[in-house]
Write a protein that binds this ligand. Structure first.
Ligand SMILES: [Zn+2]
Length: 340
């Protein structure tokens, strides 16, 4: 980073990890450090692999919140907020197997959004009951949903320093992280206590226990509402979504390009649910070494699918051109790295 040859060559950072083992909260301190060092162009792969659709939708939301993604930053995939929930539900077995804590977080996240949007009380109380049952399993007592939610939103903090919260330290980055911890603790001690408990060894063991979950616990229209909520956050922050057709058909939920959500995002019709929620998309080849693809192939796929499906050649050509031009316009410029 500090070496002069690198300074002119860094244009941004891209994190693409195993989503099951490394959720956005793991990357939050690193992204903060990168921002501090002047690397403000970020992209993060998320919402591609998930044990339940709600987990994937929550992961996209947490990526935006915890990594502080903003205008010009990108999200890779975001399949969880694009895929048709009915299609996903029909492809899944009746039961999913999730970590108890992950399921608890998913339901707390869902209840908070649905409650805010005035959803039917009958659905909310079913979710509430399940939350209480799970909070006993993970934390050992009935934790109010609001406290669970406020505590979940603290997970961008750097938990490595929890034991040093009252100590002095040298090093600017670490001091900044400690200050964030102290400030959050002072502002909301109740939720912070739960945040500390979340990181305790015994809790981690209970959190990671696997539990079965009825896949259709929440119906498709409720899942759509969650998708819309997160999509509106992504759009309001003007974050771009990198679409990876080849990768998604080779290793994700799709077995055919026809089913991909990109066509929904590009079309002016569709089933109506996501019509008002169209993100800015760019194309991405994901990992060409693994998927044997290239940007040229991805663009060609978009063109072929558009002409195959309903549009005329000139419309397809124009659409591909617009996607590529937008990507060029918004490509990452050189980072303004710190000089000290
Ligand atoms: Zn990826």
């Amino acid at each position: 980073m500090d070496s002069p040859p690198f300074r002119s060559r860094f244009v941004g950072i891209d994190a693409a990890g195993n989503e099951f083992h490394a959720p956005p909260e793991v990357f939050a301190p690193l992204f903060r450090q990168a921002s501090y060092d002047g690397m403000t162009n970020r992209t993060y792969h998320v919402g591609e692999d998930f044990p339940h659709l709600i987990s994937g939708i929550r992961a996209v939301d947490e990526a935006v919140a915890f990594l502080e993604l903003r205008h010009g930053d990108r999200i890779g995939h975001a399949t969880a907020i694009g895929i048709n929930p009915e299609y996903w539900l029909n492809r899944m077995p009746d039961r999913c197997y999730l970590e108890v804590g992950c399921l608890l977080d998913d339901l707390v996240f869902s209840l908070t959004i649905l409650d805010r949007n005035g959803y039917e009380k009958s659905i909310l109380s079913v979710i509430q009951r399940k939350i209480l049952e799970l909070s006993r399993l993970v934390y050992g007592y009935d934790v109010p949903t609001e406290v669970l939610e406020r505590s979940r939103l603290m997970r961008h903090l750097d938990a490595r320093y929890l034991d040093e919260i009252d100590s002095m330290c040298l090093g600017l980055q670490k001091e900044m992280e400690l200050a964030k911890l102290r400030e959050t603790k002072n502002m909301d001690p109740e939720a912070f206590k739960l945040f500390e408990l979340y990181h305790a060894k015994e809790t981690v063991i209970r959190y990671k226990a696997i539990t079965p979950f009825e896949t259709k616990f929440l119906p498709a229209d409720v899942l759509r509402s969650l998708q819309r909520f997160v999509m509106s956050t992504v759009m309001s922050q003007q974050i771009f979504i990198e679409v990876m057709l080849t990768s998604n058909v080779r290793i994700s939920m799709y077995d055919d390009y026809d089913k991909h959500h990109l066509w929904e995002w590009l079309s002016s019709t569709g089933d109506g649910c996501l019509r008002e929620s169209k993100p800015t998309v760019v194309l991405c080849s994901d990992d060409p070494g693994i998927f044997s693809c290239s940007m040229r192939i991805e663009a060609e796929l978009v063109y072929q699918m558009l002409t195959k499906n309903k549009t005329n050649n000139s419309y397809a050509e124009q659409t591909v051109r617009e996607i590529l031009e937008r990507a060029n316009e918004k490509s990452f410029g050189p980072c303004q790295l710190r000089q000290d």
